[in-house]
Design a protein around this ligand. Structure first.
Ligand SMILES: [Mn+2]
Length: 341
């Protein structure tokens, strides 16, 4: 932990003393958002003995609800919003975003106009252009952290506060979900994660809680996408063309896992002649054949009828009325790139 974060934390804490505060997180809250907000609220009320602090969690995503309710029922706990303070707190503290537009003021019953200059963010996403800079000196925005939960954990560690088993599960679930099961973790993430495990978290239990079953419509979309897929082979390279009306990126990734080097998922509108193509290319084909679908899609973009872009391995293009034409151009590109002269 750097001295810098200690200073930031102390600076923020002295500013918060005695204020009426609502703690919350971004719209469509995820596990990291809920856990960081709840843990920060608990830090204020239990450890700093702040009196007037509310926690108000907006609507959560479905998998988030599932993860939290499993942990809650394991420990016979409940996360409930409180409304001690009315619609006019002195301060709103938001975790896991630093974008004012991602705050659900209405849903949280907070008067936006009177509070918008008094919002403080604790977040691990890179800093957006803050519209309201008045309290910027108190924001704790650290994108070297892999979750907001870990930033809140630093508050507990600096003051050597007791973390019970319930919170150890919540904290570690926040980290596990936000790092894609630790795939995006760095060395510091592991240090913090092990610190939590040592407080009584069973990793296999946690993993089962966090890896909730895929939603049924998504499963069906993935299967339909696979059933409808057309296999096209150029030398050793396998291309796939399929169509689906929803969950295109999930379908594209699952087909890539199946073994295709390049995947094109076409989604056409039921109302008009507009369409979207979601594409994926794996590392091998990018490296060996210099495929760049992001570049391809932006070079195909023309006027209002076709627009696209992305990265070398993941991109989308949207168009209107010229699907066959666009597909021909895309396939020509792959043919030229993939077949040896
Ligand atoms: Mn997060």
């Amino acid at each position: 932990m750097t001295i810098d974060i200690k200073e930031k934390i102390n600076n923020l804490i002295s500013f918060l003393k005695g204020k009426k505060i609502i703690v919350s997180t971004h719209i469509l809250a995820d596990v990291d958002g809920v856990v960081s907000a709840l843990a920060f609220k608990t830090f204020l009320t239990e450890h700093l003995k702040q009196q007037e602090v509310d926690i108000r969690i907006p609507k959560c995503t479905k998998p988030t609800k599932q993860v939290l309710s499993e942990i809650n029922s394991m420990f016979k706990q409940n996360i409930k919003n409180s409304y001690l303070i009315g619609t006019n707190p002195e301060l709103v503290i938001i975790t896991d975003t630093n974008n004012v537009d991602k705050i659900a003021f209405e849903e949280l019953e907070i008067d936006r106009e009177s509070i918008k200059n008094n919002v403080i963010f604790i977040d691990h996403h890179s800093k957006s252009d803050l519209k309201e800079k008045s309290l910027d000196e108190f924001n704790i925005i650290l994108d070297e952290y892999t979750s907001s939960t870990e930033i809140i954990l630093e508050f507990y560690r600096i003051f050597n506060l007791y973390i019970n088993e319930y919170f150890s599960y919540l904290f570690s679930a926040g980290i596990l979900t936000d790092t894609g099961n630790l795939r995006h973790a760095n060395n510091d993430t592991f240090e913090r994660f092990i610190f939590l495990l040592q407080k009584g978290v069973d990793f296999q239990t946690l993993k089962d809680i966090v890896n909730v079953e895929m939603e049924l419509p998504k499963k069906i979309a993935n299967i339909k996408g696979a059933q409808r897929s057309e296999l096209i082979r150029y030398e050793k390279w396998l291309l796939c063309k399929t169509h689906i009306s929803n969950y295109e990126s999930s379908v594209a990734s699952s087909l890539e896992h199946l073994g295709f080097d390049i995947v094109l998922v076409i989604s056409t509108s039921k109302k008009n002649d507009s369409y979207r193509i979601t594409a994926r290319a794996n590392h091998n084909v990018i490296r060996e054949k210099e495929i760049d679908i992001g570049h391809l899609f932006s070079s195909l973009s023309e006027g209002e009828f076709l627009s696209g872009g992305g990265h070398s391995g993941a991109a989308t293009i949207s168009g209107k009325g010229n699907l066959d034409d666009t597909l021909t151009k895309i396939m020509d590109y792959f043919k030229k790139k993939l077949i040896k002269n």
